[in-house]
Design a protein around this ligand. Structure first.
Ligand SMILES: Cc1cc2nc3c(=O)[nH]c(=O)nc-3n(C[C@H](O)[C@H](O)[C@H](O)COP(=O)(O)OP(=O)(O)OC[C@H]3O[C@@H](n4cnc5c(N)ncnc54)[C@H](O)[C@@H]3O)c2cc1C
Length: 395
């Protein structure tokens, strides 16, 4: 099998069928965009039917511009304020454009309806197994409800998540992932339903804990872990300290974006693309992957429809690189750095944070640094600290 790295050649199979593997956020968005562009699209989903696992997600207001009316029905709540806590200190940031709380179990069926309405064909209980080149493009082997099925496609889009089988089959290296867990809890009485809380506890995680209210009664309390850390133990201790009872659990592994993953490879005469978690299109600061996965999906669809051209992919790359810079800066922060960070969030900085969303990170970063230059020094220190190993944690 001859496989080449990302190629600038225009595609030659403009009339052939495109197979999208994975009927979740990124795959369905790609399928709908391609079908609207006049391409014949088939989506393969390994799950037997449409009962996506429940997941409470927070996204920026950008989501509203990306989706049609039916997907907006997945919005459960709006967030107008962030409260940041660390070591007895706190800071508040009001959002001029509210963040949105969405329910994945509602979003995915809505995206599927939009894809089908645009003309895409969806197959459930259809697990992609292998691909190889053939004279018409690509030959795919699929397990369809226990029977082996052979398919032919001009292009394949891998939207099959962080451990993408399409990526492995086409020769992309595996991507690093981290575990993420969320407990659904009763919303504490002292927390307004339009407020997200974030706690920086560097002894537990280099990321943070968060609590996002999905209604006036319920919230999702989450944490991101790292290899070697006992995330479940930290979460249990945190819940106990805050006197919160888990009602249900949500969790999975999330890709860590360290560098841009080229989204296209040629395999023989065919083309293979990756979108969403399969291409690590996740903001590594917050591990939010919905808005960026849609942007990756749009970029790949544009690139297929417009013979390789997509400004969206270039812009997404810049965005994800900036999040990686911020994460590298903060990853080795110690308690005193977080305390200083929260103290430095003065009025002018907070204004910037409230006006510019996390999906415009470069503009956000420069505006924050312009208004509070001492944050640049703190960031530089964080970057330098990153070069020395963290001391081992007790217990
Ligand atoms: C608990 C939790 C909370 C999160 N919170 C947020 C948040 O608040 N905000 C945010 O923006 N992001 C959040 N994320 C991340 C976000 O959910 C993901 O980035 C996003 O769902 C990725 O979508 P995707 O379509 O790329 O991949 P996935 O959702 O992983 O979908 C992959 C699809 O491919 C299918 N599939 C896999 N293998 C095959 C195969 N061989 N053949 C056919 N089908 C296959 C799977 O069944 C699945 O349907 C959270 C993630 C978790 C786990």
């Amino acid at each position: 099998m001859s496989r080449n790295e990302q190629s600038a050649e225009p595609h030659t199979n403009a009339d052939g069928e495109i197979v999208v593997v994975g009927a979740s956020a990124a795959g369905l968005y790609t399928a709908a965009t391609l079908a609207r562009g006049g391409r014949k699209v088939r989506v393969l989903e390994s799950k037997p039917d449409f009962e996506p696992a429940s997941r409470t997600l927070i996204v920026t207001n950008h989501f509203r511009n990306q989706l049609g009316a039916s997907a907006k029905a997945s919005i459960l709540n709006e967030i107008r304020r962030f409260e940041l806590f660390t070591d007895g200190r706190s800071a508040q940031i009001a959002l001029s454009k509210p963040d949105l709380i969405i329910e994945r179990a509602r979003l995915i069926p809505a995206l599927a309806r939009e894809a089908q309405h645009a003309g895409a064909n969806l197959s459930f209980d259809a697990r992609f197994l292998k691909l190889s080149p053939n004279c018409r493009g690509l030959h795919l082997q699929v397990d369809s409800a226990g029977r082996s099925e052979e398919l032919h496609a001009a292009s394949v889009v891998g939207a099959d998540g962080a451990s993408s089988r399409v990526a492995r089959a086409a020769g992309w290296p595996p991507i690093e992932t981290v575990p993420l867990m969320q407990a659904i809890i009763r919303l504490p009485r002292d927390c307004p339903p339009d407020t997200t809380r974030v706690w920086f506890v560097p002894d537990d995680t280099p990321y943070f804990y968060w609590m996002i209210p999905e209604s006036s009664e319920r919230a999702a309390l989450g944490v991101i872990g790292e290899d070697g850390r006992d995330m479940a133990r930290c979460m249990a201790r945190f819940l106990e300290k805050k006197q919160m009872e888990p009602l249900e659990w949500q969790g999975a592994r999330i890709p860590v974006y360290r560098r841009w993953v080229p989204v296209k490879r040629r395999v023989g005469n065919g083309e293979v693309y990756l979108v969403g978690d399969a291409a690590a299109q996740v903001k590594v600061t917050t591990v939010g992957g919905i808005v960026t996965g849609f942007r990756g999906a749009l970029g790949v669809a544009q690139s297929i429809l417009q013979n390789g051209r997509s400004r969206e992919l270039r812009a997404l790359r810049r965005e994800l690189d900036t999040h990686w810079l911020i994460r590298r800066t903060m990853h080795h922060f110690q308690q005193k750095d977080y305390s200083q960070l929260v103290d430095l969030l003065n009025f002018s900085t907070r204004d910037t944070l409230s006006e510019i969303t996390r999906d415009e990170s470069t503009r956000l970063l420069w505006n924050v640094l312009r208004r509070q230059p001492r944050l640049a020094l703190l960031g530089l220190r964080g970057l330098l600290l990153g070069k020395t190993p963290r001391p081992a944690r007790e217990g």
